[in-house]
Each structure stands twice: as structure tokens, then as C-alpha cells.
Design a protein around this ligand. Sequence first.
Ligand SMILES: C[S@@+](CC[C@H](N)C(=O)[O-])C[C@H]1O[C@@H](n2cnc3c(N)ncnc32)[C@H](O)[C@@H]1O
Length: 611
Amino acid sequence: MKKARDCLLKTFRRTFFTLQNPKPQMEDLPERYSYNPVLIWNPQVEEYFVKAYGAEHFSHISKALTRPSCYSCIRVNTLKSTTDTVIEKLSTIVKEMGCSNSENKTLVGGDVDANGIDLMQSDSRRASMKIEDEKKPVTEKFQHPSISRCQVPGLDYVVFVRGSGPHTIDYGYANGRPPKEVIVSRKCAEAVLRGAQVYVPGVMACSAHVEKGDAVAVSVAVEQRGVDGGWSLGITRGTVVQGLPTDPYHSERNGLYIGQGTTAMSRAGIFRVSGGIAVDMNNRVFKLPSFYDVLEGEIFLQNLPSIVTAHALDPQKGERILDMCAAPGGKTTAIAILMKDEGEVIAADRSHNKVMDIQKLAAEMGLSCIATYKLDALKSVNRNVDSCKGTASVCIDANDGVVNNSSNSMNLDNVEPSSVTEVSEVDKTKMQNAKQKMNGWRPRNGPGRNQCMGGRAENSRGFAPNSFDRVLLDAPCSALGLRPRIFAGEETIASLRNHAKYQRRMFDQAVQLVRPGGVIVYSTCTINPGENEALVRYALDKYKFLTLAPQHPRIGGPGLVGHFEFADHFVEEWLRPGEEHLVQRFDPSSPLDTIGFFIAKFSVGTKDLEE
Ligand SMILES: C[S@@+](CC[C@H](N)C(=O)[O-])C[C@H]1O[C@@H](n2cnc3c(N)ncnc32)[C@H](O)[C@@H]1O
């Protein structure tokens, strides 16, 4: 009887186990061990975007968002170097990295953008360059084939380095034996797809018996809808992966393998230590050369649309420019370089640490026309300094501990006597407090690294109305244009509308700060028309003295014309016919292969007639 029961149990276990853990079919494997994600959206947001773009176009955008651009875009600091020199230096670096030309060519998208502009030198041009090799200048001879100069007029200081992908990777699945695995968080995976390594905090789960030096297949666990309707990651950090369907998120991780790497520590180490590289990614689905920490001060890695934004602002030498949401300073430094470091670029941001980042970048790039301030963009206007061209601010200088009230700490020589703000008793007390605080901090902070403000960011209390020639509002946004993105479910219609409200309030401040005859440029890195075209509609309808201005260069596509009616009957108005060609919309699914981005440029007419 017992024998029969044992036998039955055995059969049951075998059957049950097989059902639970079906042997993977060989034909299923390429699909499982690949990178082919489907972006998850909130259903109402998806419906809204399908209405805006059409179903087919939106599915292309969704797909493009899951992948990184096929090239790195590098802006040369023309005040410190030349494009030729940078191309030569990068060629040496890329050669040392061992990137072969054939690899770099494989899956790179088209070179020609929607407007027919050849962004990079075409293959035929490269081929003819080889024939002409003897006659070429020295730089071109040393130019690596994956490196090219931007062909857009005015952007010849922009350099592209091609990457490649998606590559099919053999993860070593053999005879029903799955490879050792590491599962990482989504944020970690997105960084890896951009070229980063897997760091310890990003590892969620790992196979048993993983030792340092093991080859592992790296996949990503993406948030899933919970019973409460919210999104969560249902993996306890440290979970053991067995390569079986009983593993957490086993089926959900089909097609979410981002590459193979070598563990830099054992499984026990990964979950014991708090930092460091966990997996050295040496076989990636997307291969993009990483230029982190390379040619510091000479180059800046920046998305092409961000570079174009600085051009759209068209800053002129000697002008006073405000960058309202400036950190980490990519566009601020691009603007300062276009002004040949002559004039005044005020870079403000809400976050103290981020302001420090701008200072550091400006110092690295050797730019002295940039003054940084900690300031909430929603409180940028200070009517109490209306005769003043500067800012009412509490200046804290870590180098000498002196705390003063200044109108322009960067360049007092340029400030007219009438613009120096009088110091009230309240301000004096505040400054005294700040000074005491500062003295307490000084020993810890040491001397500052920035040429003007030392180790602390200066607090601004706002700027006088009409005190800037040009204002850039590169607004905080839903960032739904950033790539690569593996998950987009967190944004709802309500959260998208909140971003739009916040941006309108900031824009209202920008309008007050720019002088009549000046320029405002508004930009976002989102594909959401509510934060783009709808902001333009709001601006043009509310401020009759604003007009859309043409932008140069213009390499993005047209904006969206029309409107959308939400379930609560709120109607969101976009552009009107004729306006679409005055804005630039960078579509991630276009051959330009950039992030999703939007730029609008406004000319400011005579305000007093309309106000
Ligand atoms: C899109 S990023 C700016 C990127 C920057 N322009 C660049 O090119 O490097 C938006 C910035 O807005 C800042 N921010 C968000 N809310 C703000 C506010 N109320 N006032 C000022 N800055 C704000 C964030 O800290 C963030 O650095």
C-alpha cells in the first residue's frame, strides 16, 4: 500500500513539477533571451497619446523609447578646444576601446533626418575620404570611422560617435540548463542600456552559487500592476533565481535580457556590501562607447535637441540671459559658449546641490560669465528690485566667509550704481545669521571650487521684471521623451495635467522677467502635447504680445495641431494651423534618433500696450 502511495506521489510530483517548470522549447529561447520590451502605459494616457499621434505612429514612438539612441552626441567646448582636436582624441580613445567599424555600422539607423538633412557624414562620403586619404588634413586621417562631425550648418562643433544594437547574445543556454542569472531593477537596467555597469544597489536577485568571475545573463524586473491598482516591484532583494518558471517575474522577463556580464563579486558579496560594481557588462545588447570622465572640460555629452535649444535662444555677446531651471547646466554652458563667455548668464535651480553641479561644470569648462543661484522658478520675480538689473540675494562666499547682499556677485563692475539693492534691517539680520552659519560650515567645506561663490550656492530672492534680454525655461516635465525607458505606467492623466499647470506658472514668471523686444525659449523632454503644444496655446492666448518665432537650426519636425477632449470634458487646445512649423518637435521614432523633445521660441512685443 505504502509502496503504491510513494509511487503515486512520485508520479504526481514529476507531473506537477513538469507542469510548473516546462522544459523550455528551443524555439522559445531566442525570444526569452532577447531584448524586445513592450512599453507599459497607463491605459488613459495611452488612449490620449493614440489620439494625438495615431495608433501606428504611437506604437513606433513607444518602441523607440525602449531603446537608446544609436549614437553618442558630443558638444565640443570651442573656447577650450577645436572639433578637429576632439575628433582626433576621441578616435584614439575609441580605438583603444576596441570598437570595430563593422560592429558600429550594423544596426545604426538612417543618417538623414525627416527634413533630409545629413546629420553625419554618409558612408559614401567616408569611402571617398579613404581614396583621398593622402590629400587629407592630418586630423581626418586619424578619424575613427564611427566618429563624425555634425553636418547641420552651425553645428559643426557637434561630434557623433556611433554605437550599435540590438545585438543577439548567446547566453549559454544548453540542454535544458539555464544560464546563471542576475535580475536588476528597472532604473539600473536603463542605465546599463546607456552604457553603465551593474552596481550593487541595482541587483534585485541572483542565481545560487554565483562566484566572482562567473558569466551571468542580466535581465530586468519591471513594475507590475498590484491588486490595489498601483505599480510595484514584487521581488524581495536577495531572492534566489533558478532559471525556472517558478522564478519571480519569469514570464514577465521574457524579452527583457539586456546583456551578459562577469560578476565582480560572489552572490553573498553582492547582497552583503553596500556599493561597487556587481557585474561588469562585457557583452551588451546595445554597445555605446562611454565617454564618462573623458576630455573633461573639452567636451560635454549632450542630446542633440538640447544643443539646438541653446541655438534657438540665439544668445548674443554682452546680453543678460536667464536660465530658470538650469541644473545640471548643459544648456547654460552651451549658451555661455555661444556668447563667447561675454555677457551674463544667470543659471538658477531650486536644488542647492544641483546648483553646485552647475558651478562645477562651469568651472570645468572655464566659463566665467555664468552666475548661479538657488531659486524657486515660481518665485523668480521680485518687484521690490524693479529699478535694479540684478538680483536681490543673500550671497554666501565660502572662500572668505563674508556674507553680503549683492545685485550681481559675478560681475559687479557691470552693474549700474542705481542697481545696487539697499539692505533692509531684516536682510541684515538674515545675512548675519547666514554668516554665523557659514562660519560654522567653513572648516567642513574647505575652499570652494567655483571661481565666484566657493563651496556654497547663493540664494536669490528673485529678479526685477523686464531685466533679461532672453529667458530659457527648460521646464521640469514628465520626461516621457527620455530614452531608453522600459516602463511608463506611473504617469496618469492627472499627473500629466499637474506638470502642465506647474509649467504654466513658471512660464508666467518668465514672461515678466524678459524685457520687451526680448526672447523666451520654452523646452521639455517629453512627448506629451499637454506640456508642449498646449503650453504654447496658453502662452499665445494669454499674452497677446507674444508671437512664435522661427528657430535656427530647424531639424525637428512640426508640432501637433488640434485638441483633445478628456473624459471630464476638459478640452486641451494644441496648435492652430500655420503654427506647427514654428515649433520643433523631436520624435524619438524619426530617423534623427534623438530623445523626444520640444522647443518653442517666443518673441516678446511691447508689453505695456497689452498689459
Ligand atoms: C529639465 S531639468 C533642466 C536641465 C538643464 N536645463 C540642462 O540642460 O542641463 C529641470 C530642472 O528644473 C529644476 N526645477 C524643478 N522645479 C523647479 C523650480 N520650482 N524652480 C527651479 N528649478 C526647478 C530641477 O531641479 C531640474 O534640475
